[in-house]
Ligand binder design. Structure first.
Ligand code: COA
Ligand code: AMP
Length: 638
């Protein structure tokens, strides 16, 4: 693999000679058959990587490590303060578990190209399920446990799984969340019905099985024979991961096998600066892209030990939880969301808990999911005395679009910036007419095509939506949906989304989806949900609701019902807790709701009164309504 002495050299080569750059990186992956073409541009703007190549991702994540001397190294350390469990699983043991579970899935009829939905808490079996699918060439789609049945149902209807894998419950600090009733309800709501469901029995909750459809995990594996790896094309899908778009229908991001394995392997050394055998910890959840890439595939491809942590940064049991895990398992690199550090800071601003632990193996902290605000950056870097590295990425890309490359050279850190574009990503800032902007000029962040390996080739069975959402808005470029700027040194600053996607505690959510739920309440005439700034979670959704004429229900009761509806239909993860009832919403003369202006008002910022506004007086009305629920205070620019 190319050995680069500077970031600049690696970056330049990746753009000037992408085939050479990624072709060399691909030598680190075991292939049944090498590719015909590194970058296949025969069907622009759809680009494919490693066409003609044949491999198996599970083989690369497990079997080859067992064959090449890592059989007794831990693949997984499951650390669950909520169940008081620590379980260590070697690569050899993990291989046995995956082989036999894959055999079980095969006995249920799962074969190459079938889809399987996984709705599981943070237990090692979630990884077994994912890798077993990869082993068979089946396509998994993991749905985050904090989503409500309706959201799960939407994903079931899109992915059309043959089998769903779940568990009796998840555990949120001290709360037991029974998953099985949520799954049953989702299947009831969905038009597509899976043939079978495999349920992992956890001691914390019982569940009723539906005869003929459901089977216990343990019973399935008891009767199964081990399954071997099924060779798949590099361009075959490994997984689908749904992420919030601007509407209520999530986008099914497709990940291929070949490009994904090559790029993720590359990132472990060059971005995170770890070596095979090191302990690497992404404190996230397998339901998010960070979990897919850096709890599961990246560290396993590279032969690391990955930590599966079923707990929180605080409350399980205290704000020293992360330091305890780092010191107990000799974690070298931690990756989490800034909000986790804000949670720790809130409870232990002086870092008293840190002093109790030996962090001598710990080398660097990586943050993503939302921008690392300079306050959090300074607090964390002072506390840890290690590099604190913000890096920017999306479900769509599977790995960082911009970051710092400690495996090549650690670039000077500028607080508030995600540092520089990753090799393979030709990042540009443009205005709405696709004209490139100069240094320090804020605009829309786009990436010149082609995108590097592992990035989405399309949306699940929806090429048209892929083109409309990502490629048509700025021809020749991938539209990230983010706004920001690059400074005179080429540092990237991501300031937020230009669309209706918000980030709550590092979780990506659609305000459009929440509006769709609220609009179904019989008392609601119209509504808007905006993402307001929050010191702890980064952003929180705030609903502004206009009631129908003649509604005499108590407004406080309506608010409570709306909050409950969003919780029931989207999930607790939406953290939807604030609603203001307003007489009308500010709109343009053509009827477009001025969400951006309302967001500025909610955040107490200065705002410009749009020239197209229908009635400027609505803005002050909104300001007053927001102030009654603890937001607002924005002032018009003179
Ligand atoms: N299953 C069921 N419910 C879940 C859930 C899951 N897997 N995950 C979260 N929830 C629930 C929570 O219990 C909470 O419910 P509540 O309204 O009854 O309190 C709600 O969803 C909101 O969860 P969250 O936004 O995570 O808030 P929190 O206060 O429980 O925790 C943090 C806040 C910052 C500690 C937590 O979000 C965190 O650790 N985040 C950083 C790591 C991370 O997840 N990153 C993701 C991308 S890198
Ligand atoms: P997700 O797909 O859930 O990873 O969310 C992706 C979105 O989160 C991006 O489009 C950004 O808006 C935001 N995001 C993620 N990481 C960062 C970061 N380091 N800095 C700024 N925004 C980020």
């Amino acid at each position: 693999m190319g050995c680069y002495s500077s970031y600049q050299e690696a970056f330049r080569r990746s753009l000037e000679d992408p085939e050479g750059f990624w072709g060399e990186a691909a030598e680190k992956i075991d292939w049944y058959q090498k590719w015909d073409k590194v970058l296949d541009d025969s069907n622009k703007p759809f680009y494919r990587w490693f066409t003609g190549g044949v491999l198996n991702t599970c083989y690369n994540c497990i079997d080859r490590h067992v064959e090449q001397g890592r059989a007794d190294q831990y693949a997984i350390i499951y650390d669950s303060p909520v169940t008081d469990t620590i379980q260590k699983i070697t690569y050899a043991e993990f291989l046995e578990q995956v082989k036999i579970f894959a055999g079980g899935l095969a006995s249920l009829g799962v074969t190459k190209g079938d889809t399987v939905v996984i709705y599981m808490p943070m237990v090692p079996q979630a990884l077994v399920a994912m890798l077993a699918c990869a082993r068979l060439g089946a396509i998994h789609s993991v749905v985050f446990g904090g989503f409500a049945p309706k959201e799960l149902a939407v994903r079931i209807d899109d992915a059309k799984p043959k089998v769903i894998i779940s568990a009796t419950c998840g555990i949120e600090v001290k709360k037991i969340i029974p998953y099985k009733p949520l799954l049953d309800r989702a299947i009831e709501l969905a038009s597509h019905k899976p043939e079978r469901c495999v349920i992992l029995k956890r001691p914390q909750a019982e569940a009723e099985l539906t005869p003929g459809r459901d089977i216990w995990w343990d019973e399935l594996v008891a009767g199964a024979s081990p399954a071997e790896c099924v060779p798949v094309a590099a361009t075959d899908p490994l997984y689908i991961l749904y992420t919030s778009g601007t509407t209520g229908i999530p986008k099914g991001i497709v990940r291929d096998n070949g490009g994904h394995a090559v790029a993720l392997y590359w990132t472990m050394k060059h971005i995170y600066g770890v070596e095979p055998g090191d302990v690497y910890w992404a404190a996230s959840d397998v339901g998010w892209v960070v979990g897919h890439s850096y709890i599961v595939y990246g560290p396993l491809l590279y032969g690391n030990t990955t930590i599966v942590y079923e707990g929180k940064p605080v409350g399980t049991p205290d704000p020293g939880a992360f330091w305890r895990v780092i010191s107990q398992h000799k974690v070298k690199v931690l990756f989490t969301a800034p909000t986790a550090f804000r949670a720790i800071k809130r409870e232990d601003a002086e870092g008293a808990y840190l002093k109790k632990y030996d962090l001598s193996h710990f080398e660097a902290l990586f943050l993503a999911g939302e921008r690392t605000d300079p306050d959090t950056y300074h607090w964390a870097s002072q506390l840890l005395q290690r590099p604190v590295i913000d890096h920017w990425w999306q479900t769509e890309t599977a790995w960082a679009i911009a970051g710092n490359f400690r495996g090549i050279e650690l670039l000077p850190i500028k607080p508030g910036s995600a540092t520089k574009p990753s090799p393979g990503y030709d990042v540009r800032i443009v205005d709405n007419d696709n004209r490139e902007l100069g240094p320090n000029q804020p605009g829309v962040v786009v990436v010149k095509l082609p995108l590097p390996p592992a990035t989405l080739p399309t949306l699940w069975q929806n090429d048209q939506r892929f083109l409309e959402s990502y490629l048509k808005p700025f021809p020749g470029y991938y539209f990230t949906g983010d706004e920001g700027y690059m400074d005179e040194d080429g540092y990237v600053y991501i300031m937020g989304r230009v669309d209706d996607v918000i980030n709550v505690a590092g979780h990506r959510l659609s305000t459009g989806a929440m509006e769709e739920v609220i609009a179904t309440h019989p008392a609601v005439a119209e509504c808007a949900v905006i993402g307001a700034a929050d010191d702890f979670k980064g952003q929180l959704p705030v609903g502004l609701v206009v009631l129908k004429a003649g509604v005499d229900q108590d407004p406080e009761e309506i608010k409570k019902e709306l909050i409950q509806m969003v919780r029931d239909q989207i999930g607790p993860i939406a953290s939807f807790k604030s609603v203001a009832i307003v007489a009308r919403l500010p709109k343009t003369r053509s009827g477009k709701i001025l969400r951006g202006t309302m967001r500025k008002i909610a955040d107490g910022e200065q705002y410009s009164i749009p020239s197209t506004i229908d009635d400027p007086a609505t803005l002050e009305e909104i300001n007053q309504a927001l102030q009654t629920i603890g937001y607002g205070g924005g002032r018009p620019k003179q």
